[in-house]
Write a protein that binds this ligand. Structure first.
Ligand code: ADP
Ligand code: ZN
Ligand code: ZN
Length: 751
């Protein structure tokens, strides 16, 4: 009896063996339900083998082979195996977490009504001559389906018992029903069979006949855009391109032309975008550019049913463009021809729990596995990618001018907050500029990365600060709701009328958040229409959509918002951007804080003056001569990046080293540190070529009553670090960890 090795959603780094009854067709990549302990679980067949290491009587049989969805391709399984190994995450949890929720369940997917039948992957691979001669009707059905998919009526015409025999074939997995009509040539099978036969070389990719589709060819490309398109379309096989283009340089237009090129050759394109509520707009935009192309999206905002449907469209090859957030990097794409990662520097490509993958990095691996091109686009590339382009691992493509001749980059100026009159965090100069914009019927945007009214409430008598009783952080004052709220754990209380420590009634909000800025502006410009955009004001799904419409209809004079406003929006009437409180990033303990701030400021500055009106950016800072602001004023990403890289090299930070972080949290401080110290001792004893740093408290040492601490490991080479982690993790798995939660984070972004 064949044994299948199944990936299950359990936190163990192993596959589980089950038997399959004789005569049941089961293929690698197929979903099965199996008994596990007292439960029944869904899993994915990773291997089919002749024998198991387990005693035969202990191996249980597979309960059911699910034929509701085509098997996962060998290519996707290889990608998931790579992720499991690289990110040190159990194989079963890796495989299952990549699937849409519906496919993780042990219930068969109830899809669309079955209209037609076709051979399954195993059926297509079947040698009909070897099929038992006595099963006459089954043989007739199989022979007929070899020619083409058929509907039930057509099959019933073969024999009086064809209906019953068809059921047997479906149950055994040789034939499957689907929701199409028999006239549709089914691309899934051919593709999957090919992909299975040649998993990693990319030769399973078929370039089918030229596909005509209409393409809204909106612009004649600029010279730089054309050179970028040519460079990418003229390569064959794997290549990674860094498309570094200033905001407004027309990166999107380059993507559109690349897509057109790939679609015409019958390929599928995967476009990954950051996790923001912009996906629907992007989707509409690309739909309008490719009106009769099948485009599907994959992101966390979809319902389970939609997500499954879109995933299956990608899997069957019917979706030509797949637009999605990080999770889309695991979509099945039998005809994948190109991957684009837009805003590749964005932190949201990194998953922060479970399988802590970087979708950008997985996408690069996937492109090399498949032998196709990948394009990383950004106005402010991550220093990792920039360094790789400098060193020749990636190919740099630059767009240095704005696509629209009349659009100029905004002028950036600093306002020294120590040399001007300040009104609760807003300088007099900035208020004056806003006043002028209102008079000219133009819009202003004030950018502040803090929601709420003030980050902390202080007692003027004894110095008490509004700390959270469950965390090491402070509770944020939300004056509108009369609440103090912890943004780390969600704990909230009413604003106290007097100091809880000394009884003094004089409590002072310290610092500014979006609500306070809004109220300062209201006081100064009572007639102005002010709109606050942050997570609090956009909690409701429709709210943000309505707000955008208001902004476009010019029903808003001043926008106050957090980073939500920085990304990708095009507001033609916006001519002034004020940046309120950027300085804390300049002296942060996170070595990436400055890199993130620069990217954010370039992005928010890019909102100003996109149409024919020139834009202006005013940055309020105590350090107007800081190199970061100088580079921002000069629009000099290169100079800034070179200087940052030189600093990183001296300090021994990424991209010059590779890092892994062991994080531990638990209620008992001693237990947390004991675990980390033992982990560290075990690491040292391994004597690998890696640097093992000290055990230290996390940036937020206590959250929701859990003590948090961490240990950083660095290697000069990725390979050294990987070898070390493979040896270290099994030792961690057996350390006593009662009531502790620990995780390994490879290439961590948060510290
Ligand atoms: P980016 O994504 O680099 O910020 P966009 O792709 O949004 O830039 O392009 C900025 C603006 O320039 C858009 O309005 C776009 O329609 C326009 N544009 C892009 N390429 C061209 C071109 N070749 N000719 C004319 N306009 C263009
Ligand atoms: Zn007090
Ligand atoms: Zn808290």
């Amino acid at each position: 009896m064949p044994i299948v090795r199944v990936a299950l959603d359990v936190p163990l780094s192993t596959l589980f063996d089950y038997t399959v009854a004789e005569g049941i067709a089961v293929a690698i990549g197929q979903r099965v339900t199996v008994p596990f302990g007292r439960r029944q679980m869904a899993g994915v067949v990773m291997e089919v083998v002749a024998a198991s290491d387990m005693a035969p009587e202990r191996i249980k049989p597979v309960k059911q082979v699910l034929h509701d969805s085509a098997p996962l391709s060998a290519e996707l399984l290889a990608l998931l195996r790579f992720c499991s190994d690289y990110y040190r995450y159990p194989i079963g949890q890796t495989v299952l977490s990549a699937l849409p929720a519906r496919l993780r369940s042990d219930k068969p997917v109830i899809g669309k009504p079955v209209l037609s039948y076709r051979l399954s992957a195993s059926g297509a691979a079947l040698d009909l001559d070897a099929f038992p001669k006595r099963k006459v009707v089954q043989r007739r059905i199989l022979a007929k389906l070899t020619e083409q998919p058929c509907n039930l009526a057509q099959l019933k015409s073969l024999s009086a018992t064809a209906g019953a025999q068809l059921k047997v074939l479906v149950a055994e997995g040789w034939v499957e029903g689907f929701a199409g009509t028999q006239n549709i040539r089914n691309p899934v099978r051919a593709e999957l069979v090919e992909a299975n036969s040649c998993p990693s070389t990319g030769s399973g990719r078929t370039v089918s006949s030229i596909q005509e589709h209409s393409f809204d060819n909106a612009h004649i490309l600029t010279g730089e855009q054309q050179r970028a398109v040519d460079a990418i379309t003229q390569t064959s096989g794997y290549a990674c391109f860094l498309l570094h283009g200033i905001t407004g340089s027309g990166k999107t237009e380059v993507y559109v032309h690349l897509m057109h090129h790939m679609l015409q050759r019958g390929g599928q394109v995967l476009l990954l975008v950051p996790e923001i509520n912009l996906t629907p707009q992007l989707e509409n935009y690309f739909r309008s550019r490719f009106p009769d192309v099948n485009l599907v999206s994959l992101h966390s905002g979809l319902s389970e049913g939609e997500r499954l449907h879109n995933w299956q469209q990608a899997q069957s090859g019917t979706a030509q463009i797949v637009l999605g957030t990080r999770l889309a990097v695991f979509a099945e794409l039998p005809r994948l021809a190109l991957i684009i990662v837009d805003e590749e520097h964005d932190g949201s490509f990194k998953q922060q729990d479970g399988l802590r993958y970087s979708a950008r990095d997985v996408a690069i691996f996937r492109a090399s596995q498949r032998g196709v091109a990948i394009v990383l686009g950004s106005a402010t590339p991550s220093l990792e990618s920039y360094h790789n382009a400098q060193s020749g691992r990636y190919r740099m493509l630059r767009l240095t001018g704005r696509a629209l001749a009349e659009a100029r980059l905004p002028a950036v100026r600093c306002i020294n907050i120590n040399q001007t009159v300040m009104h609760h965090g807003i300088s007099e100069n900035l208020l004056r500029e806003i006043g002028q914009r209102i008079a000219r019927k133009e819009q202003s945007l004030l950018f502040i990365n803090r929601r709420g009214y003030a980050p902390v409430l202080m007692c003027t008598g004894c110095g008490w600060l509004s700390g959270c009783k469950h965390c090491a952080g402070k509770m944020v004052l939300h004056l509108n709701e009369q609440r103090l709220r912890c943004h780390h754990c969600g704990y909230q209380i009413r604003v106290p009328s007097a100091c809880p420590s000394c009884g003094n009634a004089d409590l002072l909000p310290v610092g500014s958040g979006t609500q306070r800025v809004e109220s300062v502006l209201q006081e100064r410009f009572p007639e102005a229409r002010i709109l606050r955009v942050d997570r609090d004001s956009t909690r409701n799904k429709r709210a943000w959509q309505t707000m955008r419409e208001q902004i476009h209809a010019n029903e808003v004079d001043i926008l106050v918002g957090t980073q939500m406003l920085a990304k990708g929006h095009d507001f033609p009437a916006l001519t002034l951007v004020g940046v309120l409180n950027p300085d804390s990033a300049l002296y942060s303990s996170d070595f990436r804080a400055a890199e993130k701030l620069f990217a954010q400021l370039v992005q928010v500055a890019g909102r100003a003056g996109r149409a024919d009106k020139p834009g202006e950016v005013l940055v309020q800072t105590a350090f107007p001569d800081h190199p970061l602001f100088r580079a921002l004023q000069a629009h000099d990403f290169e100079g800034w990046a070179e200087a940052q890289l030189a600093e990183r090299k001296m300090a021994g930070f990424p991209p010059f080293v590779y890092q892994a972080m062991l994080r531990v949290e638990g209620r008992q401080e001693e237990a947390v540190y004991a675990f980390l110290n033992q982990a560290r001792d075990a690491a040292v004893a391994l004597q690998h070529a890696v640097e093992i740093l000290g055990v230290v408290p996390a940036a937020l040492p206590r959250r929701a009553n859990h003590i948090r601490a961490q240990l950083l490991i660095q290697g000069a080479k990725r390979k050294d670090l990987q070898q070390f982690l493979r040896a270290w993790q099994p030792l961690l798995d057996v350390l006593p960890a009662q009531k502790l939660r620990w995780s390994l984070d490879i290439d961590p972004l948060e510290f």
